[in-house]
Every structure is written in C-alpha cells, then in structure tokens.
Ligand binder design. Structure first.
Ligand code: NIG
Ligand code: FE
Length: 416
C-alpha cells in the first residue's frame, strides 16, 4: 500500500503559543508545524485538519508548556579575551568609566588581550559566553567586533563570531565596530583612524563577507558626530546596515544623525532627547535598551521610555555582553531589569527580545514571531504565561530549543 506523503516534518501539540505577533499573541491549547525549517502552520488544536500522526513525521507533545519564538540578543560584544574584574573593583572604590578609559584602562585593555589571544583561545573563551546565552533560549545573536582596532584582529574577531554560528545552533549576525575606541597607534589622530576604518578596514571586511552592519561608539570618550557620519556614509556605500552606540553618557545628537542614515537601531539612549525620539519614529529605527550596562555603571538617567512609547518607536532589549560595562550572559535577567529599572511592561520587554530585536537586525521578515513562512526557531518554557519569563531572577524555566525545525537539546535544564 502506498504511504501518502505527510505534509509537515514536525508538529508540536498541546502548548500555549506566544506568537508575539501582536502583544503576546497567545494561542491556548495550540499546535505549530514545521516544514523544511520554516513554520508551516499554527493554530488551536481543534483546527488541526487530521490526526497529528497523519500530519507530521514527528509529533512532540508540549504538555501545556509555553512556546515562544527563539529569543534574539540583538546587541553583544561577546567575542573578547580576558576580563576586567580589576576595573569593577576600581569602580567600587569610586573611579568612573570615563576616568578608567582616559587612563588607558577600559576598552584599551581588552584590545591588548584580544590582539594577543590566538584565534582558538578567543573562540573557546567566547563560546562559553554564547553557550550561556543559548541555555536561556537564544537562537539569534548579534556579535560586534571592536576589540581589535586593527584589520588583523578585527578580522580575527569576526571569524570567531561567524564560527560560533557554525558550531552552535544559533544564527549569528555580524557587526563591524572598528569605531569602538581609538586604536593606540592613532593616539591624538582620531580622524586618521576613522579614515583607516573607512578605507583600509571596511573594504577588506566586506570582501571577506564578515559584516552585515557597521556600528560606531559616538560619545565624548569615543568618536564625534562628524566622525560617526563618515562611518555611516561609508557603510551605506558598501550596502551595509547602520547601527550606533548613542547617547549613553551624554546627548550628542548621534541618534538623530543615525536616523538620517536609516539606522536599523540606536543603542543605550540614557540621554536621548525628545527631538531625537521623533527622528527615530520617522526613520523606523529601533531603540535598543541595555539595562545591564545601566545597572553596572550605576547610571542615574533612564532612557525616555514613555516618549518612545508615545512616538511608537519599537524598543528592543539586549545584554550588551562585554567585559567592561555589562559582563552579562543572561537575556532573561535583562527582561526583568528592563521592567524593574526602565519600567517597560513584561509584554514590551518580551517584544524587545523577539519581534523588535529581529527588526533591530533587519531580520523581521524571517525571525522574531511565530508566523507561517518564518524560520522555525522556538524556545519551549515550563511556565504558565510568558510574563513569567520576565518575573523570575536567576531561575531558568527553559525546557527545550528548536532551531530551524530541529530540536536542539531536550531537558536542557531538567525542567520538563
Ligand atoms: O556597549 N559603549 C561602548 N561599548 C561597550 C563597552 C565596552 C567596554 O567597556 O569594553 C558598551 O557599553
Ligand atoms: Fe555595546
């Protein structure tokens, strides 16, 4: 007897689906199907047109667990060597981030360690951090360069970042952040360094296929508006997306400038002004909030969340995982902090690591919601409601992850 072809590869049944399409987008007692790595169908169980076994080659029972899109950490610097515990100690004794940076510590010390590390050692150190993020349901991860500040090391960092996406079940989005800090070789010559970033480094990085976006740290201790604009112009000439570390320590107007270059996102934003919020609303740029850095630096100014809300600027939330201002590898903790520190609602916070995080990476057509045709990247949680993901501190209710339709690790945390 001829076996009729089953329409779907896999089908997950009996779950609470949080589609994230509009708010939580809850579907109670729902089912979701994948075919060729994409979402083929989703809806309430009673709308399944046949028995699960006849519809899919493999059927998984969610047993009432909650299924969300795989989480997206849209701002990290997780490829680096060494660490900066001593700087943490200095800060507790009263030194601030700017003083440490001006004294040659801060980013510069990570640059030295990253230049000195072998590619293999850099990979191993960085993989440990990526695995910690994945253990909390992250399936897409942005990684920035910016601790090399010379072509060779920037390429090394980006190769390592790309490799992480090859050895782990995660999509890695590559961002070139050559304009993170002034390279020591260009002391007192920031314009010459920016010229080197634009004319010597960027073309090589594009040629090697190692960048999708370009970022710049626009700040009094980093680069000014004119220098940022040269970076944005060059990025656009090469067809790369634009991102900006903006208004973290002061209001420089960099978010507004980035908006003029149709930036995908502007990130940090503690000192963002209302006119800049309006500019972001016009350009459709995502505001990426980084509560880890805010907390770690004991910053007092919170980003203007109410204005962003009023102007309907999409807000994303990310770890900013980096050795200096946010040695954080927990996106779940950032969900909580976005609410407790910045007063986001749990619903907004969750959109910030799904739908809006996808938009911050220009991946909103394929990722970030449970929608037919999008990639079948899911996180499965032992929670009654998605708001529980935001509520806990230090408790990980992840049961399982699905990447491109494939189940990655069952009972990863023993929470089944
Ligand atoms: O996003 N703001 C600039 N860059 C990082 C900090 C990097 C570091 O201190 O090593 C950030 O906070
Ligand atoms: Fe950052």
């Amino acid at each position: 007897m001829q076996q009729t072809e089953k329409p779907w590869d896999s089908l997950w049944i009996n779950g609470l689906l949080a589609t994230q399409e509009d708010g939580y987008g809850l579907i109670k007692n729902g089912a979701i199907a994948s075919k060729d790595g994409k979402i083929a169908w989703l809806g309430p169980m009673e709308d399944l047109r046949d028995s699960p076994e006849r519809l899919a080659k493999t059927v998984y029972d969610l047993k009432g667990h909650c299924l969300t899109p795989g989480l997206i950490d849209c701002h990290t610097h997780l490829v680096y060597a060494g660490n900066r515990y001593y700087e943490f100690e200095l800060r507790l004794q009263g030194a601030n981030y700017e003083t440490i940076a001006r004294a040659g510590g801060g980013i510069q010390s990570t640059v030295m360690a990253t230049r000195a590390a072998t590619e293999e050692s850099l990979l191993q150190q960085s993989l440990a951090r990526a695995k910690a993020l994945l253990a909390e349901g992250v399936t897409t991860l942005e990684i920035k360069s910016g601790y090399g500040l010379d072509l060779e090391t920037e390429l090394k960092m980006l190769r390592v970042a790309k490799r992480i996406g090859e050895v782990l079940p995660v999509t890695v989005y590559l961002t070139f952040l050559g304009a993170h800090a002034l390279a020591p070789e260009f002391k007192n010559k920031p314009d010459e360094y920016i010229a080197a970033v634009c004319h010597d480094m960027l073309p090589e990085i594009v040629h090697a296929g190692l960048a999708q976006a370009v970022d710049v740290f626009c700040e009094t201790i980093a680069f000014d508006l004119a220098q940022a604009e040269r970076i944005f112009k060059t990025a656009r000439e090469f067809g790369l997306a634009v991102k900006c570390h903006a208004e973290q320590l002061s209001d420089s107007g960099s978010a507004r400038l980035a908006a003029e270059y149709q930036a995908l996102s502007v990130d940090h934003l503690e000192y963002l002004s209302e006119s800049s919020v309006e500019a972001l609303a016009r350009s459709g740029t995502v505001a990426v909030l980084l509560p880890g850095a805010f907390y770690y630096l004991r910053e007092k100014n919170i980003p203007p969340v109410e204005l962003l809300r009023q102007h309907k600027v999409p807000m994303a939330v990310a770890t900013d995982c980096n050795p200096g201002t946010s040695p954080v590898t927990s996106l779940l903790l950032m969900l909580n902090m976005a609410c407790t520190l910045f007063r986001l609602t749990p619903e907004e916070a969750l959109a910030g690591v799904t739908r809006h995080a996808a938009k911050a990476l220009g991946l909103d057509k394929t990722h970030g919601t449970l929608t037919v045709g999008k990639v079948a990247d899911f996180a499965i949680w032992n929670v009654e409601h998605p708001a529980e993901l935001v509520y806990y501190v230090g408790f990980n209710p992840l049961v399982n992850v699905v990447k491109g339709g494939n189940v990655c690790h069952s009972r990863v945390c023993g929470n089944e």
